[in-house]
Unconditional design. Structure first.
Length: 308
């Protein structure tokens, strides 16, 4: 499952889209009807006759359901920004009844405020004008199933493509899990739990955090704490501030010694993926990803997203 471009593999590349919903070999661009039929009327099959799907209000669409073993390498979605919180992506590995991933699309792609914010990173890229790309490696052995649920009150048009590789999956490879939590409002002095209840071997891959401060003052002293393997009152890992955890220091050489850093404007705070705090009421939304080396059904990472 090496990601190196120079390593030759025996895998076979496949792709699922509205034009080729089963990912069949030699079946790309074969749709004869679809949302683009009018625009492609002079071109016919092979020319984006079905580039998207319409999901009814309250409905669920199966984006991909493919047999393994294999690895999803890339997912691309295009969703109207105003609908990013009301569309939930779920992924099920190897016939599991419960999803390993259950996250609003916007939060999964680091768009926690339902408006476009460009992201350039290894696992996630959000490009102008809102193309959502995931490069998280998602191995599966028997089957992979990915769905989109429209929680909104109006139909939704979604463009998508899922690129995967049919290949052997090492025994040590874990399944990707992602969970979403929200506290709104988070009262002063209270704890926002990013993730808990994990009971299997695995490793933590990362968290996207959208934080809106509803009070004045410094926002960055909410320590991120990791309670591991039976920790009780004190954690094994404790940071020095949320801004530090996300790689941004709270210090500044421009301010006088002993004075507090100047809080950022509310708009800047609300657009950041890495702003948090402990002084005053706030709202927090977090998407956490990790891999769990677990047998099916042995662990749950969190509850499913709600309509709030």
């Amino acid at each position: 499952m090496s990601l190196s471009m120079s390593v030759l593999r025996d895998g076979r590349s496949r792709s699922v889209s509205p034009e080729n919903p089963a990912g069949g070999k030699g079946a790309g661009g074969g749709a004869a009807t679809g949302t683009g039929a009018a625009a492609a009327r002079d071109l016919g099959p092979g020319w984006k006759v079905s580039p998207s799907v319409e999901i009814a209000a309250g409905g669920t669409h199966t984006v991909a359901e493919v047999a393994g073993p294999g690895v999803i390498r890339h997912m691309w979605l295009a969703v109207p920004p105003a609908r990013l919180r009301s569309v939930v992506l779920r992924a099920y590995w190897d016939g599991a009844a419960d999803p390993a991933i259950a996250v609003p699309v916007g939060d999964l792609f680091c768009q926690g405020w339902a408006s476009f914010a460009q992201v350039s990173s290894i696992p996630v890229a959000v490009n102008p004008h809102g193309g959502l790309n995931s490069y998280w490696e998602m191995p599966f052995r028997g089957q992979a199933r990915v769905t989109l649920e429209n929680l909104g009150q109006a139909p939704l048009t979604v463009y998508y493509q899922v690129d995967y590789e049919l290949t052997e999956v090492p025994e040590a490879a874990g399944y990707l899990h992602a969970a979403w939590r929200r506290s709104n409002p988070l009262q002063a002095g209270q704890v926002h739990t990013i993730i808990d209840g994990i009971r299997s071997a695995g490793h933590y891959a990362g968290t996207y955090l959208a934080w809106g401060s509803n009070s004045s003052g410094w926002w960055g002293e909410g320590e991120v704490k990791f309670y591991l393997d039976g920790d009780q009152e004190l954690p094994t890992i404790c940071g020095t501030g949320t801004e530090d955890y996300f790689g941004g220091p709270g210090t500044s050489t421009s301010r006088a010694p002993g004075t507090a850093p100047t809080p950022p404007p509310t708009s800047a705070c609300r657009r950041s993926s890495a702003r948090t705090g402990s002084t005053g009421a706030s709202s927090a939304s977090a998407c956490t990803a990790g891999t769990c080396l677990t047998r099916l059904g042995s662990a749950r990472t969190c509850g499913s997203p709600s309509r709030h």
